[in-house]
Design a protein around this ligand. Structure first.
Ligand code: FMN
Length: 171
């Protein structure tokens, strides 16, 4: 049987929460939602497959609830777990820091033994700089969503991305 997926997110103005709900609704029997603001990160240990959703705030900073639980995340042993990331950002308004928090999360996960799966091409986005770029500079380390400027792209991006995540989790 396919492993359950824990989706952990936090959201200040509701955009990431809304996307998390949308993703969970695409695979209702498999995905369980966890709002980090409510329950922290401890339940990550229950899953072998994780999706994490993080918005960038305040010019390249972590969203506040992720920030509050950052040390607890660092203390988690995520060895052997597969993790897919999605980030929320605003490329027009904050193009010098687009999706930075997803990059910070990626770096943090490197130290905790997790295997981060599924990169996402930078084509179709306009920004000056991002800490969420993969080493090749042509991909983000996870799915980049922009509800402020590209809401109309989100549904299709999710429909493309989630099957890739499931394939990587089940490989
Ligand atoms: C004050 C402020 C600062 C922001 N800073 C950034 C940023 O540095 N980089 C970025 O990509 N997006 C930035 N954003 C955009 C948010 O990430 C975006 O609106 C996101 O959808 C918010 O998600 P949430 O509603 O889940 O909190 C910022 C938005 C605000 C209002």
């Amino acid at each position: 049987m396919a492993a359950k997926i824990g989706l952990f997110y936090a959201s200040t103005t509701g955009n990431t929460e809304q996307i998390a709900d949308q993703i969970a609704a695409m695979l209702p029997a498999r995905i369980s939602l966890h709002d980090i603001a409510v329950e922290g990160v401890a339940a990550m240990s229950q899953y072998s497959c994780l999706i994490m959703g993080i918005p960038t705030w305040d010019f390249g900073e972590l969203q506040e609830d992720w920030d509050e639980h950052w040390d607890a995340l660092a203390a988690q042993d995520l060895g052997g777990k597969r993790v897919a990331l999605f980030g929320l950002g605003d490329q027009l308004g904050y193009g010098e820091w687009f999706q930075d928090a997803m990059g910070l999360l990626y770096q943090q996960l490197q130290t905790s033994g997790a295997e981060v799966v599924v990169t996402w091409p930078v084509e179709g986005y306009q920004f000056e700089a991002s800490r969420a770029l993969a080493e090749d500079g042509r991909h983000f380390v996870g799915l980049a969503l922009d509800e402020d400027g590209q809401h109309g792209e989100t549904e299709e991006r999710l429909q493309t991305w989630l099957p890739q995540v499931v394939t990587a989790f089940d490989a």
